[in-house]
Design a binder for this molecule. Structure first.
Ligand code: GAR
Length: 205
């Protein structure tokens, strides 16, 4: 039997995506194990969720380093201590550097249907533009901002009375399920990247 995929999850905030992975692992349905959680800031709910689940944590703030390159190397060293098979950015609000991206496959979820509305305000930007549907995208991370190969997308309709907060909550509910499904598929079936297409568990996503 294949060993559970070792996941290292990077968080910056509330960590509800992380919690979905922890819960799926506890339920025995993930085929993967969250081996550590890293953050770029202290005192977040995401870190508390990890500790509550008995998962080791570390914090590597950009401000503790002279520049982004030094931070990138330090973060890659911390990640490497846990020998992950896959790194997941779950609401991690920093751009990863070449050292980390050169060593691991990194999976991200974004709260919009890429390539529309990349960046830090995907929900707000979709609302402001006036699109009628948005959603969430699971993709591999490359050197750009939300530009990597797409694995899966799920759609969320926008209601007339949506605010950024109400819309983001509905997107996050969809995003949590999608993340668990994508990680399970990657853990059980593996993945291959062919240009911009990702083949996960035998299906081209
Ligand atoms: C999620 O919606 C995630 O897609 C988004 O932050 C939220 C994290 O929620 N990430 C980005 O916008 C990255 N560009 P959480 O902290 O409750 O898991």
């Amino acid at each position: 039997m294949r060993a559970p995929l070792r996941l290292l999850v990077l968080v910056s905030g509330a960590g509800s995506l992380l919690q979905a992975l922890i819960d799926a692992e506890a339920a025995g349905s993930l085929a993967a194990q969250v081996v550590a959680v890293g953050a770029d800031r202290e005192g977040t709910t995401g870190l508390e969720r990890a500790s509550a689940a008995g998962v080791p944590t570390f914090v590597e703030p950009v401000s503790a380093h002279a520049d982004r390159a030094t931070w990138d190397r330090a973060l890659a060293d911390r990640v490497g201590e846990h020998a992950p098979d896959l790194v997941i950015t779950a609401g991690f609000m920093k751009i990863l550097g070449p050292r980390l991206l050169g060593r691991w496959t990194v999976l991200n979820t974004h709260p919009a249907l890429l390539p529309s509305f990349p960046g830090a305000h995907g929900v707000r930007d979709a609302l402001a533009y006036g699109v009628r549907v948005t959603g969430s995208t699971a993709h591999l991370v490359d050197a750009g901002v939300d530009t990597g190969p797409i694995i899966e997308q799920r759609v969320v309709a926008i209601a007339d009375d949506d605010t950024e907060a109400t819309l983001h909550e509905r997107i996050k509910a969809v995003e949590r399920e999608m993340l668990v499904d994508v990680v399970t598929a990657m853990a059980t079936g593996g993945w291959q990247v062919e240009g911009r297409r990702v083949r996960v568990g035998g299906a081209v996503g």
